[in-house]
Ligand binder design. Structure first.
Ligand code: P6P
Length: 337
């Protein structure tokens, strides 16, 4: 193996190394994270072929290998469900792609410690224009007695009880970023060895950034405090911490990942016609809220800390503001004034 690979930890090596810090750990969380890494590698292969669908056959058709070509988000959902079902750590899942939870209900799964919620392919509307997309996941320890997990106790938990959360970004490179309470770490897929390798250890988000991300097209639908903050961002200059730049890809994983690394704020506010906004609490807002808080940032729904929200429905939506602590505090001041 070349010298460069010898010094770089793979995701598998990192998760196993973390076990040393928890002698009582059973290794189930490490195993679950490796399972998600496997699904991510399989999804990555198909995402990278997306542009060739016309050659390989349209979704719903049968390709040259005689396999049915599935829509990418259905494919991604099946990959995530498959690795979690066949692993040792997950008792059941909730997915953006499926109306209700799926309980695995077999002898091993019913003894498993965790449940997982995920958005298998967020931003899939961007696939046909080759914009980065992502997978988002959220891990909870089950609360109910062992056996079949139940929706209310095990899946509708507040985000503060997440054991781990993360995302995969299928971009110029493919990265898996996940957080536990011990920190946020980023792994970049090295195609030459087919492994996620630790490339961004112990990620901390800057207290301030110069990037604000929001859909300006909805400006006049936002509440006054949000409009006031957006105007403040536009008035920033060299004398008061600016100038700011507006960056909005329309793919949450890409926008939030960029702001996590560089510093910035991402906003998907509620609107007059959609007071709860568009983003889903359990598998879009909560995971990123957890990741940003561990990295030193903040996340609210405009009124309260996202991680404190008590969910009532698997697919409920929430207004979402997340990013650098200093910028979030400026937003909060505008919303209170
Ligand atoms: P809009 C993608 O469809 C998504 O769910 C997020 O990834 C993204 O941040 C948001 O919607 C974009 O929504 O209404 O600004 O196009």
């Amino acid at each position: 193996m070349s010298s460069i690979n010898r010094q770089v930890l793979t995701l598998d090596e990192f998760t196993i190394q973390q076990l040393r810090n928890f002698p009582k750990a059973t290794g189930e969380l490490s195993s679950l994270l490796r399972d998600i890494g496997l699904a991510a590698k399989r999804i990555n292969v198909e995402v990278n072929k997306a542009g060739l669908v016309d050659i390989l056959g349209d979704h719903g058709s049968v390709n040259v290998q005689g396999e049915e070509v599935k829509k990418l988000d259905v494919f991604a959902n099946n990959q995530m469900m498959g690795v979690l079902r066949h692993g040792i750590s997950c008792a059941g899942i909730g997915s953006e792609e499926m109306d209700d939870i799926v309980v695995f209900d077999d002898e091993v799964s019913n003894q498993s410690k965790y449940v997982v919620l995920f958005d298998p392919l967020d931003g899939s509307g961007n696939i046909d224009v080759n914009v980065s997309i992502g997978t988002i996941f959220s891990v909870y320890r089950r609360v109910s007695e062992l056996g079949k997990p139940c929706k209310k106790e095990d899946f509708l938990q507040p985000g503060i009880r997440q054991i781990a959360a993360g995302y995969v970004i299928y971009g110029s490179s493919t990265m898996l970023v996940y957080a536990t309470r011990r920190g946020v770490n980023g792994f970049t897929l090295d195609p030459s060895i087919g492994e996620f390798c630790l490339s961004h250890p112990d990620i901390k988000t800057p207290e301030f950034g110069k990037i604000y991300s929001v859909n300006h097209g909805n400006f006049f639908q936002y509440e006054e405090g949000v409009r006031k903050y957006i105007n403040l961002c536009q008035q920033k200059n060299k004398e008061n911490g600016g100038p700011y730049t507006q960056r909005y890809i329309g793919s949450m994983v890409s926008d939030v990942h960029r702001n996590l690394i560089k510093g910035g704020i991402f906003m998907y506010p509620g609107m007059k016609e959609k007071p709860k906004g568009k983003l889903r609490l359990l598998y879009e807002c909560n995971p990123f809220a957890f990741i940003l808080e561990v990295a030193g940032g903040k996340a609210t729904d405009g009124q309260q800390r996202v991680l404190d929200i008590e969910p009532t429905d698997l697919h409920e939506r929430s207004p979402f503001f997340v990013g650098s602590r200093g910028m979030m505090e400026e937003l909060e001041a505008c919303m209170k004034s």
